[in-house]
Write a protein of this length. Structure first.
Length: 136
């Protein structure tokens, strides 16, 4: 099992799209941890609804927009899995010829015991390009 941590702040439309594609494109089981950095645009209500439906495992509601690293650290405090992947709230995850993106990351982490967390930063390029570039 792997934990996925996403941080969001006043970007409900991006976040809704992220959730849609995350569940559409991910076959591996995961625990989703959402850190909201003080949103005032309805994001918190949406997160609570997702948590009630079982799509969000746990959440953190910060009172202010913390620096990104600090916000991810708040999410890391809730992790109870061996592996962690951090992602951006505007990332659109699609399937490709490589298969399940999360399965690929888990295999990489299992192959190298020094890797416990992967930060998926390929939000602005195609997944094929990202995976080829980093040989994942």
């Amino acid at each position: 099992m792997v934990s996925i941590i996403v941080v969001t702040y006043n970007r409900i439309q991006y976040f809704k799209t992220f959730i849609k594609f995350l569940y559409k494109s991910t076959k591996q089981p995961f625990k989703l941890i959402v850190v909201d950095n003080g949103s005032k645009d309805g994001t918190r209500d949406y997160i609570l609804a997702l948590e009630k439906s079982g799509q969000v495992w746990k959440h953190v509601f910060n009172n202010e927009n913390l620096p990104l690293a600090k916000a991810f650290s708040e999410g890391l405090k809730l992790v109870d899995t061996k592996f962690v992947v951090t992602v951006a709230d505007d990332m659109v995850i699609n399937q490709s010829k490589y298969g399940d993106w999360l399965e690929i990351f888990i295999k990489k982490m299992e192959q190298d015991e020094s890797i416990g967390c992967i930060n998926f930063i390929g939000a602005r390029c195609s997944r094929d390009r990202y995976l080829q570039k980093y040989d994942v």
